[in-house]
Design a protein around this ligand. Structure first.
Ligand code: CP3
Length: 338
């Protein structure tokens, strides 16, 4: 039987609204904190047994309709030799930020040989998961470029956008480089058995629609096109992207991820004949259960008008989230009357 997640992603009738959570694996789970003791983030991403265990943890606990591969958007950069680390509580930090064309050209293209542990982890997972689909993912060119150019997390993305506006040739080369790496990274995951992919353009909301369309969309479109050739559904997600949802769909997504700021009904109008994913405010899990489930019900109801709807939070699970509350949310969505 085809999973509810894959049916929804293809816009086919579903037995129930499928649900999974961005960052469902991670610091909100005591069993995650336990296995990560003394193991660095990137180190854990390169250990197939650990990746398998961490990816399975939320599936066991919540019975979600899909697993998301445990990795990070900067892992493929690390794999090709970029000097970077993921610092606890901070995020990705790059030793020598990218400034020039020579800096871009010094980054090797990714090949499957760079990431044998990804292939192995995905194969292990697919056999362990049985009927539950595995979502592979990559960081989109703009969001990954922001880490490479800023050297770390940034609110304004000022250096990144300065390159975009002021050094178009360097920008174009950088975006092509990252797009190639992201597409190959997705090909490795799907080749090993992942049944859907999500392209995370978390920081695209920093752009106007015109700038997104001119400087970013063609590059993300190339990644989505290569993923599309593999025949799996493609989810395209960003934060604060209310006015970009139409373009993010048109870039080649089957499913557009929606953050919590845009009412799901508005998002459905903007994406046209595509599916949607989302979009409960991740802080609602801190409210009383009835308050959380009442909001979840509104989202499930709104989603009925979409070509297909996959329930999710509007961004990742906040680390202080009570896992029992996510368990109740999962059951609520899965048993909500059709
Ligand atoms: O469960 C899942 O969703 C899969 C795992 C996953 C991680 N990162 C693990 C992780 C996924 C899909 C990502 C993607 C990612 N990484 C994005 C896009 C999604 C988003 O949240 O918008 C971004 C922007 C990054 C970059 C990044 N990596 C950040 C901002 C951080 C958090 C820094 C911090 O510590 O608060 C990381 C580190 C990271 N990636 C952690 C996890 C579980 C935390 C590190 C840890 O547990 O030690």
């Amino acid at each position: 039987m085809t999973s509810a997640f894959l049916l929804a992603a293809r816009g086919e009738p579903v037995p129930h609204t499928p649900v999974w959570f961005m960052r469902q694996a991670g610091r909100s789970l005591p069993e995650y904190l336990e296995v990560r003791k003394g193991v660095g983030m990137l180190e854990s991403c390169m250990d197939p047994d650990l990746v398998t265990e961490i990816t399975l943890q939320p599936v066991r606990r919540y019975g979600v309709d899909a697993a998301i591969f445990f990795s990070d958007i900067v892992l493929p950069l690390k794999a090709v030799g970029v000097d970077l680390d993921i610092k606890p509580g901070i995020g990705p930090v790059v030793a020598k930020p990218v400034e020039t064309l020579a800096d871009v050209e010094a980054i090797p293209d990714l090949t499957a040989e760079h990431v044998p542990y990804i292939d192995r982890a995905v194969r292990n997972l697919v056999s362990e998961l049985g009927e539950t689909p595995l979502i592979g993912f990559a960081g989109a060119p703009f969001t990954v470029a922001s880490y490479l150019v800023e050297g770390g997390p940034s609110k304004e993305h000022a250096r990144t956008k300065a390159m975009m506006f002021g050094a178009p040739d360097v920008w174009d080369a950088l975006m092509r480089k990252i797009a190639g790496i992201a597409a190959t990274y997705l090909e490795v995951q799907v080749g090993a058995g992942a049944s859907a992919v999500q392209l995370f353009d978390s920081w695209a909301g920093a752009l106007t629609p015109a700038d997104y369309e001119a400087f970013v969309m063609p590059h993300s479109a190339r990644v989505l096109e290569r993923a599309g050739a593999l025949g799996v559904p493609r989810i395209h997600f960003g934060v604060g992207t209310s006015n970009l949802l139409g373009l993010m769909g048109a870039a080649g997504a089957d499913v557009v991820g929606v953050d919590w700021r845009t009412p799901l009904g508005d998002a459905i109008d903007r994406v046209g004949d595509r599916c949607v994913q989302g979009n409960l405010d991740p802080t609602l899990v801190f409210a009383p259960t009835e308050v959380m489930t009442a909001r979840a019900a509104e989202i499930v109801e709104a989603g009925r008008r979409a070509k297909g709807h996959i329930f999710n939070l509007g961004h990742g699970v906040i680390p202080s989230t009570d896992p029992d509350q996510l368990k109740r949310l999962t059951e609520f969505v899965q048993t909500y009357p059709r």
